[in-house]
Design a protein around this ligand. Structure first.
Ligand code: PBG
Length: 330
């Protein structure tokens, strides 16, 4: 008898395909990154991220309500800090009335059940565009970890549900966990960017926040002394297991598409939820190709986000969240 098995039977129409489909994305899978700026009435498009915006706090409220209506229940906040508030130590990051702290309260007041996660790293606050304090051309580790734990505490005090350290300093998860416990924030979670690669795909994000490393003597020109080398795989597992030992509730692989092998390795290795960040450059590539008419925007968007989940993501941080969910809702 030929062929022995006819696999095409299970593909013969949409009804059978949807019946046997292994991976299905839904609004529950998504974490929505949001960019916040000072001011009033501001909704400004990010040049290298078409149809993605920075919001002032008043307009952030509408956006958050819209997300909630669509079934998107988690946001990840980033702030664009005015130049005059930047320094080498992230002083402004600890301001209890700073933009991040006010953004947390704004989201919570608008939509109390929305899960609020906050980016914890120095780069938006750094005059040098680095995730840590710079001294003699080096990014200091332990001094930076201390600021990050103070910053996390400040976000927890403002009402954040989770802090998300994206800096890759050694030991920062432990110091953040200790700081939160000591101040009674036992239920504030940590989503660690545990396997974060030194990637060229972060370009548009650095445009969005004006946070790229500056070109100056004695300032490292890239983030390769702290973010991971993209040739490495075993190291991603080590980083991730260490972060879990130190107290991470959720771990993350970043970027997404080029790192789906890492996502699967980690998913097979750990017993905590795994998040994947489909980063700004991945978003920009699809937008640019679609604008030229070279790719089908929605089809590629669904294929990539589904692939991220299939690889092992429990959570997808994505600039496409709203587009995907709008499409799924028909
Ligand atoms: C910085 C941070 C970056 C992103 C998230 N947090 C950029 C960087 O490390 O330079 C990138 C996100 C994206 O590209 O969408 N701590």
């Amino acid at each position: 008898m030929f062929p022995l098995r006819r696999n095409r039977r299970l593909r013969s129409n949409e009804a059978i395909r949807s019946l046997v489909r292994e991976t299905i994305i839904s609004p529950n899978d998504f974490l929505v990154p949001l960019f916040v700026v000072e001011g009033k009435g501001i909704k400004e498009e990010i040049t290298s991220m078409p149809n993605y915006y920075r919001y002032s706090l008043d307009l952030l409220q509408n956006e958050v309500k819209e997300l909630w209506k669509l079934g998107l229940k988690s946001v990840l906040l980033f702030v664009k800090v005015p130049d005059n508030l930047k320094d080498n130590k992230g002083t402004e990051a600890l301001n209890p009335n700073g933009l991040m702290q006010r953004a947390i309260k704004t989201v919570k007041n608008t939509c109390p059940d929305m899960l609020v996660m906050t980016d914890v790293a120095l780069d938006p606050y750094s005059a040098y565009g680095h995730d840590g304090i710079i001294e003699n051309g080096q990014v200091l580790n332990d001094e930076t970890a201390k600021v990050l734990s103070d910053m996390s505490l400040s976000h927890a005090q403002a009402g954040a549900n989770f802090v998300a350290p994206s800096d890759m300093m050694d030991g920062r998860i432990l110091s953040i966990r200790e700081a939160l416990e000591q101040s009674g924030f036992k239920n504030t979670g940590i989503m660690s960017y545990s396997a974060k690669y030194a990637s060229a795909f972060y370009g548009p994000f650095r445009d969005a926040l004006d946070s790229a490393p500056v070109d100056m003597v004695d300032v490292p020109k890239d983030k390769k002394t702290y973010q991971m080398d993209y040739g490495n795989r075993i190291e991603a597992i080590r980083e991730t297991l260490m972060d879990i030992d130190e107290g991470a509730d959720i771990v993350m692989v970043k970027p997404g598409l080029c790192y789906l092998d890492i996502v699967r390795d980690i998913k097979n290795e750990v017993d905590v939820p795994v998040a994947v960040y489909q980063v700004s450059g991945e978003y920009a590539m699809i937008k640019a190709a679609a604008e030229k008419g070279w790719l089908d925007h929605n089809a590629v968007m669904l294929e990539q986000t589904t692939a991220i989940k299939r690889a092992g993501a429990d959570i997808i941080a994505s600039y496409f969240a709203k587009d995907v969910v709008t499409l799924l809702n028909g």
